[in-house]
Design a protein around this ligand. Sequence first.
Ligand SMILES: COc1nc(N)nc2c1ncn2[C@H]1C[C@H](O)[C@@H](COP(=O)(O)OP(=O)(O)OP(=O)(O)O)O1
Length: 160
Amino acid sequence: MRDTTLCFPVDAAGRILLGRKKRGFGVSKWNGFGGKLEKGETFRQCAVRELWEETGLQAKGEDLELVGLLDFRFLAAPELNHLGYVYFVRSYEGIITETEEMEPKWFSAESLPYEQMWKGDKTWIPLLLTGKRIKGTVTFAEDNDTVYSIDIHNVDSLSD
Ligand SMILES: COc1nc(N)nc2c1ncn2[C@H]1C[C@H](O)[C@@H](COP(=O)(O)OP(=O)(O)OP(=O)(O)O)O1
């Protein structure tokens, strides 16, 4: 799988915008917004494009905060292995719109629906919500769903 971006809009009250995926990879799970890198794109450009396509929100590349770099691995399906660049964005414009790919909804940081998200998320998203920057590897078991192992560490800074 091509490398991906994953962007979490955060509002002034600290709420997180998630989308319920309506099709494709991770269908029916709540997640941030993002997708696969296109040819010639930087990760930041990809994140801005995907955020617009999936929510109707417009953000500037420089307003995206790179908070995580994750190596997602699938023991039974190595073709799905990819790097995920994770961003927070607190400055954006536009009207949030449901798209054919995502049903958006705001959640407080305390009420993220981890049981309906990728199973690694409940380990690493809380670290981001306390202001940590992370790097690591999330490995999924043969069912491509259960977490087989997870190795996350805090870093001082990240670059894309
Ligand atoms: C495996 O663990 C993952 N956890 C989380 N939280 N998010 C993940 C994981 N693996 C991938 N993602 C994210 C990364 C992307 O934001 C999406 C997948 O993007 P998608 O395959 O939908 O990419 P598009 O380019 O939009 O797809 P199309 O080819 O359908 O246009 O999930």
